[in-house]
Design a protein around this ligand. Structure first.
Ligand SMILES: C[S@@+](CC[C@H](N)C(=O)[O-])C[C@H]1O[C@@H](n2cnc3c(N)ncnc32)[C@H](O)[C@@H]1O
Length: 221
């Protein structure tokens, strides 16, 4: 996502430091404990959004599910700033943010620590020489498989038909089981429960239909 530079990004992020764990790897295997202290109860699950952008989705999700803990991951500090400020203003105790590349998530979360991963409108990386950067490339699926608890799933939404076709193949070729697959989420049986992201609003208003799927990894050997 190319974003305009904000004034005083670092100073503004510093004001939201309580939502940005400084050494996230130290919580590996202990995220629920960290959230329990914040939420004043044991969370009923831990879910990740990768590439949260400006945070509209995670804000709605966290408000809808106050007993679930959410970690929103975003590599771009400018986008992250807007997401973090929104959640701070809403005084949500069940969301934390990480500014890092999803490829490093194995250093941050223990095997089986996460119940669900959301991939919303991930960058399509259309050139084949960049295919490894797509968040549904085989190396990322292997990473998600280790992070997910038994019964855990990945949920993907995108307006980008080539990325969706690539993702369907990637999941299938790596043994994942697909469900809730649709090329028109907003006119599907799952529309009522759908929470729109910023990108989703923009592109669906321009007439693009939204593709979506849920994927469950193969059982670990
Ligand atoms: C197209 S934007 C979509 C933002 C938001 N999910 C939405 O739907 O409005 C994709 C976001 O993913 C982030 N992103 C891309 N690759 C990433 C990675 N490897 N790790 C973390 N964030 C990533 C980008 O910085 C960008 O903000």
């Amino acid at each position: 996502m190319r974003m305009r530079k904000h004034k005083h990004t670092e100073e503004r992020l510093a004001l939201c430091a309580s939502l940005l764990p400084e050494n996230p790897g130290e919580n590996r295997g202990a995220w629920r404990k960290l959230f329990a202290a914040r939420m004043e109860r044991e969370p009923v699950g831990l879910e990740l959004e990768i590439g949260c952008g400006k945070g509209g989705f995670i804000l709605q999700l966290a408000e809808r599910h106050p007993h679930v803990a959410f970690v929103a991951v975003e590599v771009c500090r400018e986008a992250l700033l807007l997401a973090v400020e929104k959640c701070k203003a809403a005084d949500l105790k069940n969301v934390l943010f990480l500014c890092l590349d999803a490829a490093t998530l194995g250093e941050i979360f223990a095997d089986g620590e996460v119940e669900r991963i959301y991939l919303n409108f991930s960058d399509p990386w259309p050139k084949s020489r960049h295919a490894k950067r797509r968040l549904t490339a085989p190396a990322f699926l292997a990473l998600y498989q280790t992070l997910l608890a038994p019964g855990g799933t990945v949920r993907q939404k995108t307006d980008n038909a080539p990325l969706f076709a690539y993702s369907l193949s990637s999941f299938r070729e790596n043994g994942w089981a697909l469900s809730q697959v649709t090329d028109d989420l907003h006119n599907s049986p799952w529309a009522a429960d759908n929470l729109m992201t910023e990108y989703e609003k923009t592109w669906s208003e321009k007439g693009f239909s939204i593709h979506a799927l849920t994927a469950a990894p193969p059982r670990k050997a």
